[in-house]
Ligand binder design. Structure first.
Ligand code: FAS
Ligand code: PHB
Length: 390
């Protein structure tokens, strides 16, 4: 088999890149190791920046997002018995949209099927090679038959545990990592959200986030220890803990119900430099991870894909300026999002190892933030998303 661009991974990064390349008439194939149902079954992000919304529109998959997505003009910060609303729209003129990653993925998959593009699912033993030559390739086994896909370029959209970054020689790559000493226990339930906007809480029992997927489906998170097992958390135990971390009025009106998904996610900050290796480009979680506090993971994947798609389209139009500057431009936005996500995580979580002084520093910063329009504007600008470079 031969194509112009081989995309490894059919998560949001791979599917969105495929949709943009399809629109530009650039031939490509997506190779995914899992089944469509498995990919759709992963419950992840919930908040889209305008940059991501615009990209989905550009790709021709924004209709349901605009029909069902929930525009949000702000969110609440709760700490030490206080509550303060960060008014994103008043501070920046922009907002975010609450629309689950599952739905983004579904929209992209439906679009791909409708335009008849090839996605190889359930591919075994996926490997990449030749990306330091003019003839890169992807090999895989499908239904027991070995396949080889020759391409002009490979897009590594295969997530943090994928094969693409792992195939780059150690001498050519630098990684930066911070692992946080806690995780997020998340629950998805078909109950109405406790508030019409998101609530980020720093309670003395730990971080909590009240989010949602719709007006009838809620997504909640509580900070938990890394050694905890999700099986040890009954639904009742989760709801009781969430009530202890919510402001009293919200705890009072919280509607609980059976979880339809419950999982523990570790938190890490991770960046790969560079994001291009010859004819292999990394995008999304294959290149970087942010702690979910700032709701940046999916949105960074979208901005990587925007830059990579533009570069590849330019290449086939006769200019390599976009692909030559892809890594520089993508990393410029990635590092700012890493900083914001690290800062917000450091502000809102309990860090026992920093003791009473660390807790006082958090409270002082939160108190300052709530009294400073300048500080709130900085937070809001980063939360709604910084511009895509270039
Ligand atoms: P993905 O990991 O989504 O997709 C990669 C795809 O590549 C997968 O389908 C995988 O099966 C496939 N793949 C892997 N190895 C392969 C191989 N060798 N060959 C072929 N295919 C291969 N972000 C937020 O903004 N907010 C959140 O609340 C949030 N919560 C998260 C919770 C969890 C548990 C995780 C893991 C991530 C969370 N994220 C969150 C981040 C998440 O949304 C990612 O940023 C987003 O999925 C990135 O999309 P992709 O880059 O496509 O990577
Ligand atoms: C979510 O709804 O999953 C979500 C929302 C905001 C975040 C993290 C996760 O910061």
């Amino acid at each position: 088999m031969r194509t112009q661009v081989a995309i490894v991974g059919a998560g949001p990064s791979g599917l969105l890149l495929g949709a943009l390349l399809h629109k530009a008439g650039i031939d490509h194939v997506i190779v995914e190791q899992r089944s469509p149902d498995y990919v759709l079954g992963r419950i992840r992000a919930g908040v889209l920046e305008q940059v991501a919304v615009d990209l989905l529109d550009e790709a021709g998959v924004g209709a349901r997002l605009h029909a069902e997505g929930l525009p949000h003009d702000g969110f609440d910060l709760c700490f030490a018995g206080r509550r303060h609303r960060i008014d994103l729209h008043a501070l920046t003129g922009r907002r975010v949209v609450v629309y689950g990653q599952t739905e983004v993925t579904r929209d992209l998959m439906d679009h791909r099927a409708a335009v008849g593009r090839t996605t190889v699912y359930d591919a075994d033993n996926v490997a990449v090679g030749g990306f330091d030559t003019a003839r890169p390739f992807v090999t895989f086994r499908q239904n027991g038959v070995e396949q080889r896909l020759e391409a002009d370029f490979i897009a590594g959209c295969d997530g943090f545990h994928g094969v693409c970054r792992a195939s780059v020689p150690g001498s050519a790559i630098q990684t930066f990592e911070k692992v946080y000493p806690f995780g997020w226990l998340g629950v998805l339930a078909d109950v109405p959200p406790v508030s019409h906007e998101l609530i980020y809480g720093n309670s003395d029992r730990g971080f909590m986030l009240a989010s949602m997927r719709s007006k009838t489906r809620s997504r909640y998170y509580v900070q938990c220890r890394l050694d905890e097992q999700v099986e040890a958390w009954s639904d009742d135990a989760f709801w009781d803990e969430l009530k202890r971390r919510l402001p009293a009025a919200d705890a009072e009106r919280l509607v609980t119900g059976p979880s339809i998904e419950k999982s523990i996610a570790p938190l890490r900050s991770f960046v790969t430099e560079p994001m291009r290796f010859g004819r292999l480009f990394l995008a999304g979680d294959a290149a970087h991870i942010v702690p979910p506090t700032g709701a940046k993971g999916l949105n960074l994947a979208a901005s990587d894909v925007a830059l990579l798609a533009r570069g590849l389209i330019q290449h086939y139009g006769g200019s390599d300026e976009g692909i030559d500057r892809y890594s520089e431009r993508a990393l410029s936005r990635v590092w700012k999002a890493e900083r914001f996500s690290w800062w917000f995580t450091s502000l809102m979580h309990q860090f026992p190892e920093t003791g009473g002084f660390g807790a006082k520093m958090q409270l002082a910063e939160l108190d300052y933030l709530c009294g400073s329009v300048a500080a709130q504007t900085v937070m809001a600008e980063n939360y709604v998303g910084l511009p895509i470079p270039g």
